[in-house]
Write a protein that binds this ligand. Sequence first.
Ligand code: BTN
Length: 243
Amino acid sequence: MNIYKLGAIPSTNSYLKELVKKEATESFTVVSADLQTRGRGQMDSVWYSSEGNNLLFSILINFGGVLAEDQFYLNCAVSLGILEALRAYNIPELTVKWPNDIMSDNRKLAGILIENSLSQGQLKYAIVGIGLNVNEERFPSELPKAVSMYQILGKKTDRNELLLELFEKIRKYATLFITGQYHRLMEEYQENLYKFGQTHMFETSTSEVFSGKIRDVKPGGNLVIEFEDGTQTSFRFKEIRFL
Ligand code: BTN
């Protein structure tokens, strides 16, 4: 395992992206930091973490011959790897909230930001960024849904050990992705999906609020929701959010 353990940097995803541009970088190289000054989250959000308490890391995965249209299965693989690693810690109600928030019960324990490099319809490499709340004692009031392993388990966790366990499980599932085991990945992803088949409230990007049930996730990653009248619609990421 090729690992760069750094102190404070703007973002592990950005650092790894620069490294890849500068030199040939081995697949499964890891960059981990104690603090990010510009940690990036989904949809241009900022990823919060105090210094030295959590895991903030990115993994480079190089590909050959993976079609761009299959990229969603990498999200499934990474989410499942994280879930498998965390299951050893007896964290209750672990699920993945579409597309890839790692939840314990109704609170967010980890976030994933995958940045893909595509060329001529193929996936060349991915930078898989993960922020996991490990030993954070409290979060700012603007983050009422965030939770850490410390808050759940009542004790601190060794971050170095946990990083190795996460790495091994993510590599295991990423290998399933690389070898094209998409059906298995999607099946397992759906088995672990937050609120799958349960009635829940959603809001569209045009501010429409409705209740529905998640019925499926399409191969490209769209979420299929069944409305109360029994009709179904599929939504792309950013078109809908959970309330
Ligand atoms: C989300 O919004 O849920 C995704 C959060 C991803 C945060 C991680 S922390 C390590 C890596 N570097 C970044 O700048 N972001 C990701």
